[in-house]
Ligand binder design. Sequence first.
Ligand SMILES: NC(=O)C1=CN([C@@H]2O[C@H](COP(=O)(O)OP(=O)(O)OC[C@H]3O[C@@H](n4cnc5c(N)ncnc54)[C@H](O)[C@@H]3O)[C@@H](O)[C@H]2O)C=CC1
Ligand SMILES: CC(C)CC(=O)C(=O)O
Ligand SMILES: [Mg+2]
Length: 351
Amino acid sequence: MKIAVLPGDGIGPEVTREAVRVIEALDLGIAMEEALVGGAAYKATGHPLPPETLALAQGCDAILFGAVGDPDCDALERHLRPEQAILGLRKELTLFANLRPARVFPGLENHSALRPEVAGAINLLIVRELNGDVYFGEKGFRTTATGEREGYDIMSYSESEVRRIAHVAFQAAQGRAKRLCSVDKANVLETSQLWRDVVIEVSKDYPDVTLEHMYVDNAAMQLVRAPGKFDVVVTGNLFGDILSDQASMCVGSIGLLASASLGERQTDFGTFGLYEPIHGSAPDIAGQGLANPMATILSAAMLLRHSLGLGEAADRIEAAVAKTLSAGVLGRDLGGSAGTAEIGDAVLANL
Ligand SMILES: NC(=O)C1=CN([C@@H]2O[C@H](COP(=O)(O)OP(=O)(O)OC[C@H]3O[C@@H](n4cnc5c(N)ncnc54)[C@H](O)[C@@H]3O)[C@@H](O)[C@H]2O)C=CC1
Ligand SMILES: CC(C)CC(=O)C(=O)O
Ligand SMILES: [Mg+2]
């Protein structure tokens, strides 16, 4: 069993360090190898996703990823920017299904941006498509007939892309409360109309799952009004990116939300995947020991469960995180004063 560890930029290395310590403490016989990615890789090699990093990722059973993004790199040409590394990994490794669970940990109901009785009911899973949409369409700048500069990014989804993510979402719903909400903008976008048509077609294979459709603007509102009504939400790359950051504040902090990015490739132990917190490199707090590592620690738990078949170890990590949070060991993001390593220490002590 081998994991590629890609810490990346900003708080990426800080939060990844804590997740690695947790995996090591469980003594599961997992080999880990680290490589450069993002701005750190660009600065060292001239490319945000060097071939050696991609090769390491391809050769492992799973990837633990921190975050990429560096303000020093914001003026680079698009293909050299740190963010291209995570987009490249998702695309190159055909990791099309991004699972982003959001639930309120017992004792944290008062730390949500919502009223405690509203927040306490949250237990949802966002299934975000990760290989298509406006993120991967043709893009560029052009000059209009009047001589103005114009930027464009093409949004598109093919039937097969929608079909495969729809199957993942229906199957996830079957393992939960059997309710699926497909979020789109079919009242305006053809991409979304096709999305909706295909989701309806796929629903015929899952008569036990109740399907509803919601426009994304309403979904953003319902996520704050009554988030407890959602079970599984399936949506495209852009809408899923936005709604999951929003869901994180319904739960309390973006430092709590983990994710798994999966495809179809199987390893000897489970499904090959990349695991990362849903947040970015947080340059505003980087290097200060203030980042909450829980999202990355919980991503490591997802890694053990989905890619390495180590469900019991994953349960242990999740229980230790819940115990640490309910004991009031909270970072600044949740109104506490615990630093990154202190939170990691507390999780280790509770394992
Ligand atoms: N998957 C990835 O690697 C992602 C990379 N990014 C990149 O990250 C950089 C910063 O982007 P932002 O929009 O600022 O998003 P961000 O998620 O990095 O930060 C947003 C806000 O949340 C806070 N925050 C994030 N993670 C936290 C944690 N673990 N503990 C405590 N507070 C935390 C930050 O301090 C900041 O105030 C950009 O370069 C962006 O492109 C953004 C999202 C995902
Ligand atoms: C940096 C982006 C490419 C990705 C992002 O914001 C995300 O996956 O949540
Ligand atoms: Mg995002």
